[in-house]
Design a protein around this ligand. Structure first.
Ligand SMILES: [Zn+2]
Length: 267
């Protein structure tokens, strides 16, 4: 299951501060041409394999609070999270620089992904499917971000644990998932300028996740949302699932094209 950001938090990132390490201004703040790949992280001490989705979500919320209030970051540190059952959560998402890799440079060149895993957790099959799928999602959005590292290859740390380190550098990691079980909730159409509801919020979540929508997710279908829907329609057209007009209106045809695109993605 691939969630939207609004499924685990309603807290928006803080706006840009002087802290350039994790600034957020709504625009992609790493250079996608230079993006190298993924750095894997883990939680560290403890066991988390038995956590329910509910517990995962409330823990992510707690991490976000700590990162924002104690560490002074604009948002939770990581870009993405893979849960014990293989669920995938966008944290900062795929267009905002993370703050977990150690330096401003490594954060702008590498996306950081949190394995929701403790040092004593075995690497389950569900996690492995989630890790493969997460990598596919990232390279579908940023085709050049193909490399993989563990945090310990960047600084002195035990993160992301020996099992994950061994796995990400094994040939198995490259084997694509044949039939990943994934459900992505596509909001019901139609939606258009002036609409203000949870369906718009869900749509913004999906579009932010894939990099089309870059403003704050407020559930209000304004000009920026309309522009993002048009950007999305262009991609759906290019990928041969949409043959309607590029008009920024989330109608029946656009919704079914989006659904088809998501079901076939990542390829
Ligand atoms: Zn780490």
């Amino acid at each position: 299951m691939i969630y939207n950001r609004s499924d685990w938090t309603k807290v928006l990132p803080k706006n840009a501060t002087e802290d350039t390490e994790d600034e957020y201004d709504g625009l992609p703040n790493f250079n996608s041409l230079e993006l190298q790949g993924i750095v894997w992280h883990y939680i560290g001490n403890g066991k988390f394999n038995h956590y329910t989705p509910e517990q995962v979500r409330s823990t992510l919320k707690r991490f976000q609070l700590i990162d924002m209030e104690t560490k002074g970051y604009s948002d939770i540190m990581y870009n993405m999270c893979v849960a014990p059952n293989g669920d995938i959560y966008p944290l900062r998402g795929l267009i905002n620089k993370g703050a977990a890799n150690g330096t401003s440079l490594t954060n702008s060149l590498w996306l950081s992904v949190l394995q929701f895993m403790g040092a004593d957790d075995p690497l389950s099959n569900e996690r492995i499917v989630g890790m493969q799928q997460c990598k596919q999602i990232i390279t579908a959005r940023w085709p050049k971000a193909t490399q993989v590292r563990g945090h310990r290859e960047m600084r002195a740390t035990s993160c992301p644990g020996l099992e994950t380190m061994t796995y990400i550098h094994s040939p198995n990691y490259e084997i694509p998932v044949s039939n990943p079980t994934q459900t992505i909730k596509v909001p019901m159409p139609p939606l258009n300028l002036g609409d203000r509801n949870n369906k718009v919020l869900e749509l913004q979540g999906i579009m932010a996740f894939w990099g089309w929508y870059k403003a704050s997710q407020d559930g209000s279908y304004g000009p920026i949302t309309k522009w993002a829907v048009a950007e999305m329609q262009k991609v759906l057209t290019k990928d041969c699932v949409y043959s309607g007009m590029v008009n920024g209106i989330y109608d029946e045809l656009t919704a079914s094209a989006l659904k088809q695109w998501l079901e076939n993605m990542p390829k």
